[in-house]
Design a protein around this ligand. Structure first.
Ligand SMILES: Cc1cc2nc3c(=O)[nH]c(=O)nc-3n(C[C@H](O)[C@H](O)[C@H](O)COP(=O)(O)OP(=O)(O)OC[C@H]3O[C@@H](n4cnc5c(N)ncnc54)[C@H](O)[C@@H]3O)c2cc1C
Length: 447
């Protein structure tokens, strides 16, 4: 395990009275931040002048909130940021991601200008330790002839002890995280608009300035801005649920503060899964969340409902084998069929416009548990670029490149090379994950 470089751990002290206006430093080998940010990730040159005088953000999720917050904290854009979208609504249903790599907190903290611990306190109301994943184990899962699921031998592939004791990840409902980011951003000069712009011209009409920049932080295309997406060749099908853990200890698979990655090879490809410790104020009995997902081909051969049904069966079956019970599935079950996109950088450039959503989410969604991190990192890099007076797209392509190459590796391991992945999992589940996956501060971050 390579040691994290000492210089990556340096954190510059922030004067208390300016706490909210300062940006906590972001450093680390995964960051690949614009070069003007310097070695500690926090050096916006004082002499640069932004090219734009205002920003319109389309969206209302965690990406929109993060980029708007960072911009609104800079003197150049204070009072000149409009979000065209709906503020986050709380819903028990598990829509969007729940595995919050702890590293994401570094980027959210940098966008909001607050210490990462403040975000954890708001998210968990002092019970953060219960949502923490301190180690992750891996195993094969198989289905017996009687329909029951069996979890194979487990092996640890990542632990907090490899990262100076720092937690690896937290379980959080996506809309709860969005709600907390929204709460933090309330004290900033951000204007919300319920207008639904259909063109760059509509966006300009909403802007509180003459030279607006438009950031699309939602998946819907904006006609006239960037290329229209082509029909996706692949999708990721997924189902997820919160669980209580009445028989977890008796089953002896999952220990406290431990997450598990599971894989089931079926019909020439892998059903992937993770279960993570969770605290959710809207589902207080939940102790874990679990998800199953699979990369499926698009076109006529795709049977969406059938794929989702198998994901649900897997979810209930594997959870039972670990002693977990679904919490109010009628209200909490989330299912999705999300299009995959190219791994190539996005080079089509519309000056004054950025498709933040597309740049952050390139590749196969869900399979790496890093979508929220990517949204936060992309938001941070985009905002810093605008503040420094440069078009952000090239910097985002750079910032996201490592994440996309990891995504591609896991994609191949799950789909075309699943036979070999399965062999490796039989040989040694912990070691095989360790070889395939990334570790280091891309999980634990630099608190
Ligand atoms: C089933 C599934 C599982 C996933 N698992 C993970 C995971 O484990 N870890 C991870 O990091 N990522 C995961 N992701 C990806 C992650 O959810 C996204 O990458 C991340 O939310 C992107 O944020 P965003 O702001 O760019 O877009 P989104 O969160 O998709 O938001 C885009 C649009 O949705 C709207 N919106 C979103 N939430 C709300 C809300 N509460 N109220 C009103 N409007 C809303 C916004 O207005 C915005 O227009 C998963 C995604 C799915 C679908």
């Amino acid at each position: 395990m390579p040691a994290i470089k000492e210089r990556a751990l340096k954190v510059r002290p922030v004067p208390a009275e300016q706490e909210f206006r300062q940006t906590p430093p972001v450093a680390g080998r995964d960051a690949v931040l614009p070069e003007w940010l310097g070695a500690d990730g926090n050096e916006t040159p004082a002499h640069v002048k932004p090219q734009y005088d205002s920003v319109v953000v389309l969206g209302g999720g965690i990406g929109a909130l993060s980029v708007a917050a960072r911009l609104a904290r800079s003197p150049a854009f204070e009072g000149r940021v409009v979000i065209a979208g709906k503020p986050p609504e709380q819903n028990r249903r598990l829509i969007g991601g729940l595995t919050l790599r702890a590293r994401s907190l570094d980027y959210f903290a940098a966008c909001l200008g607050v210490p990462r611990q403040s975000i954890l306190e708001r998210l968990y109301d002092g019970r953060e330790a219960e949502a923490r994943s301190n180690r992750q184990i891996a195993a094969r899962v198989s289905r017996a002839k009687d329909g029951s699921y069996e979890i194979g031998p487990t092996g640890e592939w990542m632990s907090r002890w490899d990262h100076n004791g720092r937690a690896l990840a937290y379980g959080v409902r996506n809309s709860h995280l969005a709600g907390v980011l929204h709460d933090f951003s309330q004290s900033l000069a951000i204007t919300w608009s319920d207008a639904k712009p259909l063109s760059l011209g509509d966006c300009a009409d909403l802007a509180p300035g003459k030279r607006p920049f438009v950031i699309k932080a939602e998946p819907m295309p904006l006609p006239g801005a960037g290329p229209m997406p082509s029909a996706p060749a692949r999708f990721v099908a997924a189902a997820q649920l919160p669980f209580s853990d009445p028989h977890r200890v008796a089953k002896g698979v999952l220990q406290a503060n431990t997450s598990i990655a599971l894989a089931r090879r079926r019909a020439g490809s892998m059903d992937g899964s993770v279960f993570y410790p969770l605290r959710d104020p809207l589902s207080p009995t939940a102790r874990y969340y679990g998800i199953f997902y699979r990369i499926v081909k698009g076109g006529g051969a795709l049977h969406k409902n059938a794929e989702i049904e198998i994901m649900k069966e897997n979810l209930f079956g594997a959870a039972k084998a670990m002693g977990l019970d679904a919490v109010d599935p009628a209200e909490t079950l989330g299912t999705a069929l999300i299009p995959c996109s190219d791994w190539r950088p996005i080079n089509d450039l519309t000056p004054g416009f950025l498709d933040l959503n597309a740049l952050a989410n390139n590749g196969s969604p869900i399979i790496c548990g890093d979508g929220m991190l990517r949204a936060a990192l992309a938001s941070y890099a985009a905002a810093e670029a605008l503040i420094a007076g440069v078009e952000p797209q090239a910097y985002l392509n750079r910032a996201m490149a490592k994440w996309k190459s990891r995504n591609r590796r896991i994609h191949y391991a799950m789909a075309p090379l699943s036979f070999f992945s399965d062999l490796m999992l039989r040989w040694s589940p912990g070691r095989s994950f360790h070889l395939l996956q990334d570790f280091g501060e891309t999980w634990a971050g630099l608190e």
